[in-house]
Design a protein around this ligand. Structure first.
Ligand code: ATR
Length: 264
């Protein structure tokens, strides 16, 4: 019988995950289907229960349910516990939650963008779910320095306190010496950019926007400043590949697929 998987979120219609996983399944010869489920905002657990009852084997979880998915799962990985968020559920007799977002970002940087994180000075903007999900993997990649900036300082402080070695800085007080600037805020969704001081984005800096599928003001500012810029499409593909591996035990190739997603 064909094994069933899906992405669950709200909204979810825009998700590229069904296409990506269908391509992974085809390329690796796995007998599986992958759908999308739009759960009501107050109906995540019910929707997961129904999917399980119908034989569903695994789910990707997207906004706004990653925290709820973590609480739903009976067991979880260390990296999911660190992020307090789950983007991949393995559904057997018990439910297991993992988080592949961080590894997705680290692999996109290392493999697709050929950026070695070791020793680099990295600025992470934002302190919400997106930032929380990637901090562990960035530290594991042995960045030299990791600074969090967030509009609401208290939120940045609370997040940094859970990750030894991570510093917090107000936007206005940021130095101009970062190698990599990651935008993990949702500012781009409303056509805004985080309030970065002049000079942080400059030639030689990699500006990484975790959103994808839109040209955000942050990406535009990076280009205008002569920085190298990149959106989150590679992270999406790499986190999907890691989810696929968790479910199927097979690692799909990602580079050619990412090329096709970027250039049609
Ligand atoms: P997500 O799960 O996508 O991270 P979230 O938990 O709502 O969503 O967090 C959104 C993040 O984007 C927060 O860090 C938020 O800053 P605050 O904590 O100060 O609210 C940040 N953010 C959203 N819009 C922003 C803007 N226009 N400028 C700067 N930061 C912004």
């Amino acid at each position: 019988m064909t094994d069933r998987y899906a992405v669950i979120g709200n909204p979810v219609a825009h998700s590229k995950s069904p296409w990506i996983h269908a391509e992974f399944a085809r390329a690796t010869g796995q007998d599986m289907s992958y759908a999308s489920i739009e759960a009501p905002l107050d109906g995540f657990a019910r929707a997961v229960d129904a999917f399980r009852a119908a034989g569903g084997k695994g789910l990707n979880v997207t906004l706004p349910f990653k925290g709820e998915a973590f609480r739903y799962c009976q067991r979880s990985s260390e990296r999911a516990a660190l992020a307090q968020a789950v983007n991949t559920m393995v559904l057997e007799e018990t439910s297991f939650g993992d988080n592949t977002d961080g590894v997705g970002l680290a692999r996109d940087l290392a493999r697709n963008l050929a950026v070695d994180l070791a020793g680099k000075r990295l600025l992470l903007m934002g302190a919400g779910g997106a930032a929380q999900g990637v901090l562990g993997a960035l530290l594991e990649a042995r960045v030299g320095e990791l600074v969090i900036a967030n509009r609401t300082a208290a939120r940045a402080q609370a997040l940094a306190a859970r990750f030894p070695g991570v510093k917090v800085c107000r936007y206005e007080a940021l130095e101009r010496s970062f190698d990599i600037v990651v935008n993990a805020t949702s500012a781009g969704l409303s056509g805004a950019a985080p309030p970065l001081p002049e000079g942080v984005l400059r030639p030689g800096v990699l500006a990484y926007e975790m959103l994808y599928g839109r040209d955000t003001p942050f990406l535009a500012a990076a280009r205008a400043a002569g920085a190298r810029s990149c959106d989150g499409l590679g992270m999406l593909v790499e986190q999907a590949a890691e989810s696929f591996f968790l479910w199927r035990g097979v690692r799909p190739a990602t580079a050619a697929l990412l090329e096709r997603l970027r250039h049609g």
